[in-house]
Design a protein around this ligand. Structure first.
Ligand code: FES
Ligand code: FES
Length: 161
């Protein structure tokens, strides 16, 4: 089947097997290996990407389901060589160790912050409950999302002024 989609702002047209999972399409056909493969059963969240701004697990989506839509992976977050505020905050707050879960955590947090720019810690924990980290104990991840939310609100307020 032929699919046309936008990934990180670039348009792609590809012929794909109708059974191909989105995570494998991104990694193997577009070389976007920042999207991780973990459990492949929708449990760990390592494969989370944004589709039309909504966080989804790309191991439970077929590539054909992304036809005509816009996908953002971790490679698409930094703008003009500048880290996204969430990437900066994970760095600053030590929200990562091995980093395997980090792309999925950051994309899930992106989805949250688009809807809730000022989330309470419990809301952050709830939004990330589908993302498993084996290293950090989660506290620094929650702090990183709070820090990013604060810096994004500050940037938005400056733009409005
Ligand atoms: S690889 Fe998709 S949720 Fe684990
Ligand atoms: S930082 Fe290693 S799994 Fe989360």
């Amino acid at each position: 089947m032929k699919i046309r989609l936008e990934v990180n702002g670039s348009r792609h047209t590809r012929e794909v097997d109708p059974r191909l999972l989105l995570v494998h399409f991104l990694r193997e056909q577009l070389d976007l290996t920042g999207t991780r493969v973990g459990c492949e059963t929708s449990l760990c969240g390592a494969c989370t990407v944004l589709i039309d701004g909504e966080a989804v697990k790309s191991c439970t989506q077929l590539a054909v389901q992304a036809d005509g839509r816009s996908v953002t992976t971790i490679e698409g977050l930094a703008l003009k060589g500048r880290l996204h505020p969430l990437q900066e905050a994970f760095w600053e707050e030590h929200g990562l160790q091995c980093g395997y879960c980090t792309p999925g955590m950051i994309l899930a947090a992106c989805g949250l912050l688009q809807d809730r720019p000022d989330p309470a810690p419990e809301e952050i924990r709830r939004a990330l409950k589908g993302n498993i980290c084996r290293c950090t104990g989660y506290h620094n991840i929650v702090r990183a999302v709070e820090r990013a939310a604060q810096s994004m609100r500050g940037a938005a307020a400056k733009e409005e002024a």
